[in-house]
Design a protein around this ligand. Sequence first.
Ligand SMILES: *Cc1c(COP(=O)(O)O)cnc(C)c1O
Length: 384
Amino acid sequence: MTQKHFYLDYAATTPLDPAVLEKMLPYFSEQFGNPSSVHSWGQQAENALETARETVASCLSAEASEIVFTSCGTESDNLALRGVARAQRSLHGKHHILTTPVEHHAVSHTAFDLAKVEGFEVELLPVDSTGMVDPDEVARRIRKDTAIVSVIYANNEIGTINPIAEIGKICREKGVPFHTDAVQAAAHLRMDVQRDFVDLLSIGAHKFYGPKGVGALYIRKGIPIQAVQTGGKQENYLRAGTHNVPYIVGLAEALKIAQTEPEKRAQHFQSMRDSLIHEVLSRIPGSQLTGHPSRRLPNHASFVFDGVDGNALLMMLDVQGFACSSGSACKTGSPQPSEVLLVLGIPAKLALSSLRVTLGRDTTSEALSLFVEALERCVAQQRK
Ligand SMILES: *Cc1c(COP(=O)(O)O)cnc(C)c1O
C-alpha cells in the first residue's frame, strides 16, 4: 500500500486552481498575440490584459491605471522600494528608508542593497515578541527625509498580521509613501488600499492558487516612482518586457477567487488551525507557538520545540508523509536560525527547532489529527 501524502506548506506555494488554468489556456495557443501589436491578435491579447487589470484593480479597491504587472512578488517588492526610493531622492533629496526586521528577503535584501550600493539609510522599526509593529513607533521615526515606509502585511514565517490601516493613516498624514508586502495576506484577508491608506501593495499569484512567476504591484496615482527594468514602454514605462498574458490572466482570476468572501473561508481555516495549535501545545511538552496567538493568518501555525532539531524534524515528518516547512527558506548548508525568530527574542538554539504548518483548500481535520500524532512521535523520538 502506498503511503498517503499530505501537503501542509501552502505558505510556500499553492497548487494551481483548475478553474484558473482553464482561463489561462487559450492565451498559450489560439490567442497568443502580443498586446503591444497593432493587429487583431494584438488587440485580443490587449483586451485580455486590460480586463485582467480591471479585475485586479477592483479586488484591491484601486483603479486599473494603478496596477503594474510583474514577474513575481519579489519583483513587485523590488520595484516598490527601488523605484520609490530613487525617485524620492532625485526629486526631493530624501534618502531614509523605514522598514521592519520581519520583512521577507524580497524587501529586506532590497533595502540593504539600496543602503550598501546607493547610500540610502535604512532604519528598522522595533517589533514586539509576536513580530508586530507599533504604529506609534512609525509616527515617531518618520523624518523629513523619509523616502518610503515598508511594512509587511502578514508575515510568511510567523503569520502575524500588522495594523496596516493604522500605519497607513500615519504615513498618509505625514505625506510619506507607504508600501506593504501583501504576498501572503492577499490569499486570506480582504484587501482594500483605500481602507488601509496603502500607496504601494505587492502580490504574487502562486500564493493564492495562481501560477508561479507572475505578480502585481499597486501604485497609487501620484506616487513618485522610477522604472527599475528598462526597455519597451509596457506598463506605462514602469515594467519593460513583453507581457506574459496567460499568467496575468491567471493572476487576475486567482485573485478574484481569493477575494470572494475571504472572511467565510478564513473562518473555516481558523477553526481547524486553532484546534491544531491547541492539540500541539497541549500534547507536546516544551512546545511554543511563535507569532501572534490570534492576529495571524487564518491558515497559519508556527512553533518551536525545546531540544529538537528543526531540519531533522522536517525530514522525519516528510518520511511520515507530511510536507511542512521550517518557516524560513534556508534548505542547505549550515543551518542559520531565522532572523525573524531571533528578533522576537527566541534564543538561537530554540529558533533552530522551528516548524511552520500552513493549511490549504485540500486540508482536512482528519489529516491534521494524523499530523499531530506523527509530530508527537517524531518529537519524542528526537528527544530520546
Ligand atoms: C512568497 C513571498 C514573497 C515572494 O514572492 P514570489 O512571487 O515568490 O517572488 C514575498 N513576500 C512574502 C511575504 C512572501 O510570502
